[in-house]
Design a protein around this ligand. Structure first.
Ligand code: FES
Ligand SMILES: [Fe+2]
Length: 414
């Protein structure tokens, strides 16, 4: 057994030797070497080294309204399920049957008293315990075949999961983010709309695009109406004292602005453009009642982002969540969700069309940019170029983080 394990490890090492070379050949402050955006081998490596380890945003607590509510999704190609058990506690499991591995829950949301595998009907309770397995022999031990749990953390209503046995430290992130999100009362929000996009681009190109607004002024004219596209790195520079005035106003109203930042996250409440109060096509609130009615909902946006794959905006009237899941070396599934106050009634207090228009437009524009980026990266003439230190600081942080995590994973494997 030990010998077999050793062979498997040697194979993994050999498998990924080229990945180490690629990572080591990367020029700091530059886009990544070509194969890191294109190859099957790197794709397989990323799923294991990055997605099977990091804290990944799974959804909002409000998507699990009561006992038995479940949300099944993919994390780096691995199916998982998060659910609320009978006591109201939120749990997460690998969505892979302990019989022959079938997916127990179909992707999406459901409500169920127990989890029944569709293949041979092995049945699990909401704690993951196997409570039914027909026609199994006397010697079979159900207790040894519970669903395998995954780590789940809830930060002010936002659920993060990690598939690792020993996940990266989480506390500093939770402590930094929770006060920023608390006024938005996300545990009592409701999901108003969801959209799924298939992008023909490597997940790292999708995320690099999502970590900069260098392209926004020209390529997202609608977003540029409300979002300060020329804002400096981390929203830190303060031209004309606008940020300082905003921060003073927020502080007086009791709304923390942060920022909080760590190796794999950033979060800050920042001011929108002058004269607008939401990230919508016309800059006005698209939903009533507001999630935060402090100062009439003129409270900027809390942008919170976590590597490897999410960014979110908590506005006064809605919260937007973006996540990306790699589905191939050059394909990524992006999920976008819009959450509103739980009492807001569709067709009366908001219209999905006006709520979602800005981010749908922006995402469609980004798909074009990412796919075009991928096509150019695939060229025999591709040479990784330098990031703008000012406009692409967060892209640099993302690729630095990726390379460090990837090398650390190789060290662990080797
Ligand atoms: S694979 Fe689930 S019951 Fe057989
Ligand atoms: Fe964009």
């Amino acid at each position: 057994m030990a010998e077999r394990k050793k062979t498997a490890e040697r194979f993994a090492m050999q498998d990924f030797r080229r990945v180490r070379q690629l990572l080591q050949s990367r020029r700091p402050g530059h886009a990544l070497p070509q194969a890191l955006y294109t190859s099957e081998e790197v794709f397989a490596f990323d799923l294991r080294a990055i997605f099977a380890r990091s804290w990944v945003l799974a959804g909002l607590e409000c998507e699990l309204p009561g006992p038995g509510a479940a949300l099944a999704l993919s994390v780096g190609g691995s199916p998982i399920v998060v659910l609320r058990d009978k006591t109201g506690a939120i749990r997460g499991f690998h969505n892979s049957c302990r019989h022959r591995g079938a997916m127990v829950c179909a992707p999406g949301r459901s409500q169920r008293p127990v989890l029944v595998c569709p293949y041979h009907q092995w049945t699990y309770d909401l704690t993951g315990k196997l409570v039914g397995a027909r026609r199994m022999q006397e010697s079979f031990d159900p207790a040894a075949h519970a669903l395998r749990p995954i780590h789940v953390r809830n930060v002010a209503g936002v659920l993060y999961v990690s598939l690792a046995d020993d996940p990266p430290p989480f506390e500093a992130f939770a402590t930094g983010l929770a006060p920023l999100l608390a006024p938005h009362d996300l545990p009592h929000a409701k999901l108003a709309h969801e959209a799924v996009f298939v992008e023909k681009g490597n997940w790292k190109l999708v995320m690099e695009n999502a970590r900069e607004c260098y392209h926004c002024a020209v390529r997202h004219p609608d977003l540029a109406l409300t979002f300060p596209t020329e804002i400096k790195a981390h929203f830190a520079a303060d031209e004309h004292g606008r940020v300082a005035r905003f921060e003073a106003r927020m502080e007086e109203a009791g709304l923390p602005v942060g920022p909080t930042m760590g190796p794999w996250w950033q979060a800050i409440r920042f001011p929108l453009n002058e004269g607008v109060v939401s990230m919508t096509m016309d800059g006005r609130h698209a939903v009533r009642p507001l999630m935060v009615d402090t100062l009439g909902g003129d409270i900027g946006s809390v942008r919170f982002a976590a590597e490897p794959n999410s960014f979110c905006h908590a506005l006064a009237d809605y919260t937007f969540v973006f996540t990306a899941d790699p589905s191939g070396p050059q394909e990524t599934i992006v999920t976008a969700k819009w959450y509103v106050h739980r009492d807001a009634v569709e067709g009366v207090d908001y219209h999905v069309e006006s709520l979602a228009a800005l981010w749908l437009t922006t995402n469609n524009q980004d798909i074009e940019l990412v796919e075009n980026n991928q096509r150019g990266v695939n060229s025999v003439g591709y040479v990784p170029g330098p990031y703008s230190e000012e406009a692409e600081a967060l892209v640099g942080r993302f690729t630095d983080w990726y390379c460090e995590e990837a090398l650390a994973a190789l060290d662990r494997m080797g």
